[in-house]
Structure formats: structure tokens, C-alpha cells
Design a protein. Structure first.
Ligand SMILES: [Zn+2]
Ligand SMILES: [Zn+2]
Ligand SMILES: [Zn+2]
Ligand SMILES: [Zn+2]
Length: 209
């Protein structure tokens, strides 16, 4: 796809616009205005393969504040804006709750790229991390020879002492997001199997009443 300068998009047909959006997700667009928005975002992205594949995984919607969404492709609900202060009392932190990170804050998993540099997800716990980093963390598995499942935890919850883990319980504070299900469900299933086996062994040895 050849990208025309953004100013020229007014003359382009819907079909031309769709083609010019390239790797960017234009599937959700229902009118030309939305297509032009995607075209604008796509046109601002570097042509390098890495940047284009990042674009491919990105939500291409423009938020009501006018900023591009920092979320992931196909998300049902857009990520809260990483560039605008959260609605309500700006800057004020509710007790025990940190505001979402800004686009310039480092990702709590990679500490390399700022939040705004790659598609990010809002986890069930309320923390925001890069989707790619969350998936890499899940795939990396447990660190040592002994099976453990702490790598499934949100690094920010872990750091703030959210230790609600109960053996075999559904309350285990894993990173929760619809787009991680495919990666994390098999590991959670393995965890449950390990817990069941461990419990059976304890029962057999008479260590559990
Ligand atoms: Zn979005
Ligand atoms: Zn905004
Ligand atoms: Zn990251
Ligand atoms: Zn968290």
C-alpha cells in the first residue's frame, strides 16, 4: 500500500482510503470520517517492519478527547486515554489507588518502552501494561526448576502487596484481560492440575484432615 500525504485523503475514495490504511485496522470504520482518522494514524507511523507490526496490533480509534487510543486491535472497550488526566479530580490519587500511567511512564514489565509506544491493555486489577510484554511474560514461564505461577501475576499488584492468593483458588491474582485468555488459560489449567495433585498427595500422606 502506498501512503498518500494526509492532506490528500479528502480526494480519495473509500476503497483507496481502506487500501492506504495498510496494516492499520480499518475494519471497524463505518464512514469516511472514521477511515480518514485511521489513515491519519497510519500515515504517522514509521515504515519500519517493527513499527508497522505494532500498528497492526493497535486500536486505531480516536478517543472522544481527540487523542488516538493506546489500546489493542479489536478491543471492545477502549483503553482510558494515557495522555489526558483521568476524569474527575485530576491528579488526585484515591486512597490506595494509583491513577493510570501516562503515555510517557515506563511499562511495568519491560521498563524499556513508554506506555504510549506500544498497544496497551487495562488489566482486571486496574493496572495498564503493554500487551506484548504481558504475553512475553506468560510465555517465559516460571524462572527456576520448580514449577511456580507467580509469573502470571500483574507486576504492579505483586509489588504493592496484593497477596490474595489462595492455593487452588480462583482468586489467584493473575493478569486478566480478554486478549490474554488464549495464552493464560492453559497455564491456569496446569496450575489447577498441579494444585489438585499436590492436595491429593497431601491427603494420601495424611497431612490434611
Ligand atoms: Zn481503543
Ligand atoms: Zn486524551
Ligand atoms: Zn512493556
Ligand atoms: Zn495489577
Amino acid at each position: 500500500a502506498v501512503l498518500a500525504p494526509a492532506g490528500k485523503s479528502g480526494d480519495m475514495s473509500v476503497r483507496e482510503l481502506r487500501r492506504a490504511c495498510g496494516a492499520a485496522d480499518a475494519s471497524w470504520c463505518v464512514d469516511k470520517k472514521e477511515l480518514r482518522g485511521v489513515f491519519r494514524i497510519a500515515g504517522g507511523v514509521c515504515r519500519a517492519g517493527e513499527c508497522q507490526s505494532r500498528l497492526e496490533g493497535s486500536c486505531t480509534k480516536t478517543l472522544s478527547c481527540g487523542h488516538p487510543c493506546g489500546g489493542v486491535r479489536g478491543e471492545a472497550t477502549c483503553l482510558p486515554c494515557l495522555r489526558c488526566a483521568p476524569p474527575g479530580d485530576a491528579g488526585a490519587t484515591r486512597e490506595g489507588k494509583r491513577p493510570p500511567p501516562t503515555a510517557d511512564d515506563p511499562c511495568a514489565i519491560c521498563y524499556v518502552d513508554p506506555m504510549g509506544a506500544a498497544p496497551a491493555i487495562l488489566l482486571g486489577c486496574g493496572h495498564v501494561v503493554h500487551r506484548r510484554c504481558a504475553i512475553d511474560k506468560i510465555r517465559a514461564g516460571w524462572p527456576g526448576p520448580a514449577i511456580s505461577f507467580n509469573h502470571l501475576r500483574c507486576p504492579l499488584c505483586g509489588a504493592s502487596g496484593g497477596e490474595a492468593e489462595e492455593v487452588g483458588s480462583r482468586q489467584f491474582p493473575a493478569m486478566r484481560h480478554g486478549s490474554l485468555d488464549e495464552e493464560i488459560q492453559p497455564v491456569l489449567a496446569l496450575r489447577d492440575a498441579v494444585m489438585r495433585r499436590g492436595r491429593r498427595r497431601l491427603l494420601a500422606e495424611g497431612n490434611v484432615a
